[in-house]
Design a protein. Structure first.
Length: 302
């Protein structure tokens, strides 16, 4: 019987380690990846000199506050240095204003003195130009002389709800003529014209004597009589036959106009008959006389 060759056993191959086990082992051995490890190494190489972010923020804020305090301190020091200079310049300006104001007051006083002198000379010239009666009449009509006698007193004032009209120191300090309760310059014009038409011989408003050349107008928020500002209430004095003057004015067109202002806008007005009212002379009088035309030249002079 033939012998079979002996069966050889094949050599055992080395087994490969399981792939999953290798990955787990790698993760366990290297818990941080290379990037984290490198960053940690750089930080460690710099040493412990790095500061936490919160500490750096606090230091930055402190530096900013110190810088702001320094700027404020420097500014205060500069202001303290320049303060005497500014105060000196301000005082010099005040002194200049005081000097100029005193000069203006002195000039105004001189003007008033010269105006009174001119008025006195005009009155003297009127008296010496003709008869006494004629001179008195011319002086009365021109406002060159003070007068007194029977007449009427008419007081016109803004409505109660109207804004204040200023004060004696600053009559222009008003709210404007847009307020319908305010007395306007045209209202006073109609009142004065109505009194002239009713027979008044002389008229004054708040002590300002009116002449044939007087103007009542508005400038800004004030009523002016011959360029002098007035303040309400407006007191109008008129010399004439008191009872007749009062009746004719109230029944005339201008008196009815004033009554309409009272009814529609609340403007206040009172009129009374006076036994003796006194009117001053006009502060500045311009007397104009007319002469017949010359037959040769055909021109007149005034």
């Amino acid at each position: 019987m033939p012998q079979q060759p002996p069966v050889r056993s094949s050599p055992t191959r080395p087994q490969r380690p399981d792939a999953s086990m290798s990955l787990i082992t790698n993760v366990m051995d290297h818990s941080l990846d290379d990037g984290y490890a490198e960053a940690a190494a750089r930080k460690q190489s710099r040493g412990a000199g790095g500061l936490p972010k919160t500490l750096r923020a606090k230091l930055g804020l402190a530096a900013g506050l110190v810088l702001a305090a320094l700027v404020v301190t420097v500014g205060a020091a500069q202001a303290r240095v320049t303060a005497p200079v500014v105060a000196k310049e301000r005082q010099e300006l005040i002194d200049r204003i005081d000097v100029e104001t005193a000069g203006a007051d002195k000039l105004e006083s001189t003007v008033d003195t010269l105006r009174d002198d001119v008025s006195a000379r005009q009155r003297a010239a009127l008296r010496s130009s003709g008869g006494s009666a004629e001179a008195d009449l011319v002086g009365l009509l021109s406002g060159a002389t003070a007068v007194h006698g029977p007449g009427v007193k008419l007081v016109v004032n803004d409505a109660k709800e109207a804004a204040a009209g200023g004060d004696g120191a600053n009559p222009r300090e008003t709210s404007g003529f847009s307020d319908t309760g305010r007395v306007r310059d045209r209202d006073m014009q109609r009142v004065v014209n109505g009194l002239w038409a009713s027979g008044a011989e002389a008229i004054s408003i708040n002590g300002q004597r009116l002449t044939s050349l007087s103007a009542i107008r508005a400038a800004g928020d004030a009523i002016l009589v011959d360029n002098r500002p007035l303040v309400p209430p407006y007191t109008v004095l008129a010399v004439g036959d008191g009872d007749r003057l009062s009746t004719r004015f109230q029944n005339g067109a201008d008196g009815l106009y004033l009554h309409a202002l009272e009814e529609n806008y609340g403007i206040r007005a009172t009129i009374s008959t006076e036994g003796d009212v006194r009117l001053p002379a006009a502060p500045s009088v311009i007397v104009r006389t007319a002469q017949p035309k010359s037959e040769k030249t055909g021109k007149g002079t005034s």
